[in-house]
Ligand binder design. Sequence first.
Ligand code: KIV
Ligand code: NA
Length: 262
Amino acid sequence: PKRVTTRSLQRRRDSGGSISMLTAYDFPTAQLLDQAGIDVLLVGDSLAMVVQGHETTLPVTMDQMIYHAEMVGRAASRAMVVVDLPFPDGQLSIERSICCGARVLKETRCHAVKLEGGAEQASRIEAMVTAGIPVMAHVGLRPQNVFVQGGYQVQRDEAALVKDAVAAERAGAFAVLIECVPESVAEAIHAAVRVPTIGIGAGRATTGQVLVTHDLIGLTSGYTPKFVRTYASIGETIRSAASAFHQAVGDGSFPGPDETFD
Ligand code: KIV
Ligand code: NA
């Protein structure tokens, strides 16, 4: 299949098409999402929460991101794979961010990085793109800022958010991800840039939509944000399969005669 690229994503926006994006952290899941036709796979730092069990995205390390990016890169034959720069590799020196981005391109089969921040990240984005590393910007709610913000809130400062997106585009970002803003604000951001926009909790005006796969398939426990649509109950499926196995081992019905060597 023909690989999704920065160019083909731009053509989607130009022709009024859409973009589907989901997170992926391991080989089998990434393969299934790729086969389903998902356009962009994101090795998100959300893996700190949904895979590692941390309370925020901050603990995951660059080495751990690379470990998961390798698996996803190996699985995706059509999707573009984007890898988050974890905290604080997207906030320290520009040189360090370029090194991290280069690791993604050299050590994994992934294609781009994502970086939280807009206007204040413009020079970093420009340097990375100049170095040959495609960058997706991430504006609006920035989970890596959770302790500065004192929690997760819908972001409503339209002027600042538009400025962030425009600065990221000018710096060379190939797309802008918009997290947790009112639909009208996402509409204004989308109208202000030419690159594709991809929303999460940002309404219907963006070019594309992204969700965390574990939320989508019902594999997360506890609080589910309003913008999530849950399409399957995989958590329930896993628990009942394990429970059936446990019971069968207990009552001696597993293994049966056909599941035994002569
Ligand atoms: O890490 C992640 O999963 C993300 C998405 C929420 C966009 O950045
Ligand atoms: Na992220």
